[in-house]
Design a protein around this ligand. Sequence first.
Ligand code: ADP
Ligand code: ZN
Ligand code: ZN
Length: 732
Amino acid sequence: MSVLRLAIPSPLRRNFDYLPPAGMSQAEIDTLQPGVRLRVPFGAREVTGYLLGVFTESAISEDALKPALELLDDAPLLDAQMLQLCHWAADYYHHPLGDVYTTLFPKRLREGKPVQLPGLPGWQLTTRGKGLPEAALPRSPRQAQALSLLRQRGFIASSELKSCGISAAILRNLQEKRLIEPCAVNAPSLPATARQGLTLNDEQTAVLQALVAAEAGYSCHLLEGVTGSGKTEIYLQLIAACLQRGRQALVLVPEIGLTPQTLSRFQQRFDANIAVLHSGLTDAQRYLAWEAARSGAAQIVIGTRSAVFTPMAAPGLIIVDEEHDSSYKQQDGFRYSARDVAVKRAHLHGCPVLLGSATPSLESIQNVDAGRYRHLQLTQRASSGGMPAICALDVRKQELQAGLSDTLLATMEEQLRLGRQVLLFLNRRGYAPTLQCHDCGWIAECRSCDARLTVHRRMRRLRCHHCGAASALPRQCPHCRSERLLASGLGTEQTEDFLHTRFKHWPIHRVDSDSMQGKGAMQALVDEINRGDPCILLGTQMLTKGHHFPAVSLVAVIDADALLFSADFRGEERMAQLLTQVAGRAGRADIAGSVLLQTHYPDHPAVLAMLNTSYAEQARALLRRRHETGMPPAGQLVLMRTDCPNAEYGEQFLQQLRMRCTPQLPAATRLIGPLPSPMQRRAGKYRCQLLLTAPDRRSAQAAASLLVANAEALPAKQGLSWSIDVDPQDVF
Ligand code: ADP
Ligand code: ZN
Ligand code: ZN
């Protein structure tokens, strides 16, 4: 008996056995390779499953097994390393394997549709065809001729085969024997070439040489280079070297839609096919980019988080830009870290991986200290401007207009008059974070979350920033009918309104996810800013990521206090990263830049650290503290979460889970909780969590397996769902 074991997208952490499709011969079954897709019945539905292997027995009796309906691929679409990566990720993140496979495939292929190839239709040998011994060649001379032509050339366009006298019938016959398969034949693409790069300075030269000299095979490097030190130039030149070896490069960036500049820098530098993968693509576009990467037609692949799973024909280099960015961690479903997956992937492919940042994560610094990653540094800006000076602006007792002090306003005016650009950072969109009734104290709150609604004046709406709920802006208090409603607190819309009255003669650009809707909005703005005329930029975090605005001389953080008091253990690390990145937008060209932090706490240790020490020093101090507290990266965390419309079930479930697991927990691991999540109710569900702390990876993994096995065995009450998060980003 032959049993096909499949990974199938389902929340169940197990694999599923099927009989081979009706009519498949034993010889055919024997050639089935792991990774091929099959259409199978699953409950009342038909789904796409992924073959794990062919076995001779099953835990299920033969008559209870259903046959698969159809084999969808002659050969696996993913290579062995990618399949290994799937299995590693499913194990490490304790996520169902079928769901991991599903993440890797574009929608078209998940739906069981055939591969659709760009280029001219043509034919290539299957793995079976390649391995066929000479003696077993078909007796038909035309068939044998076709096979030997394909052996010489790899693949051939159908039209060319026809002109050699090989008919479609002959090809079909060979296909039925699973010796050949259709493929796309691209017009011979010119090898990718790179235009001349910038002349590197001494530091850059040393870094590039170290990277190029790294032996072939796997190596991981952390490039810690201050903002504007020319990291991107290093990436470009390293990629050029990779392309020259005929290999592909994969570049991960935090948010591509927001950094059109990065993309255009790549396009200008290379004569190459660049496949771009990000969340703004249609399914068809994504599929084409995926296929171009897989076939090797695209020599460079640039994308956001999920692009780390793009298959490549000849991977030669992986770069993770802004490696500290929290957008690399998927926050729901399959909760992987694209940075960590990238390192694992490079290991499997045997190629170098470069993590770059001005503000590296403590995880990566720890890996450098432990000798796992090699450390490369750029300590100087590439331009002559030098690093900007950072000052705290004590706003205690000062009059603030839309959050701006007189000192700041005067400095802004001075810079604008000098023809410079000013960047203001305020990490809160909308008009005001609270709407309150002045007569009775009523506050507008979200019906589904433990959160206040944000006032959005432009759209005349109240919106929840947690679940997306929106309603019309009320004219009266629903409680007492008073019309005296106060919008309190500060958002970007409000500051923008004020700036328009205060700085009538200068353009003001608000940059947040409300104002930057639609394709090309960011690109248009970036073009405008880069013309260099004086203007004011006001924006959220969106404005801080990797942009290069040469004419910005002054950067001001309107409300630095908002960053100071975070309950999360990563709070200070995030603040240091964010402020360093914001500050890094100042003075990137030849004009000196300065940075002002408006704060009520000029003596706060975190503020003093920003003023007096580099990020590199702050990070090392924070890392020492993590070693004292055993928090990551010194120790490991795993978080079990529940959410449920019922307020009590989650806590009960986690309490039971805790009781079951405690006697078997590995030494030195500890469970904390169950506790309500920081925002207990979100989108109508109550959320609860159980935190596991462990001294090392191995015990964290053992404990995670224990938690998952027990959670699966526990009866879950109606509506309750649970999830596990290995290396969680947000804990408190
Ligand atoms: P980072 O990625 O570290 O923020 P970039 O690569 O964007 O830095 O470089 C910052 C600026 O310096 C860019 O305008 C870039 O063109 C310029 N630059 C980088 N390297 C050099 C160099 N070797 N010579 C002259 N200009 C450079
Ligand atoms: Zn009222
Ligand atoms: Zn809500």
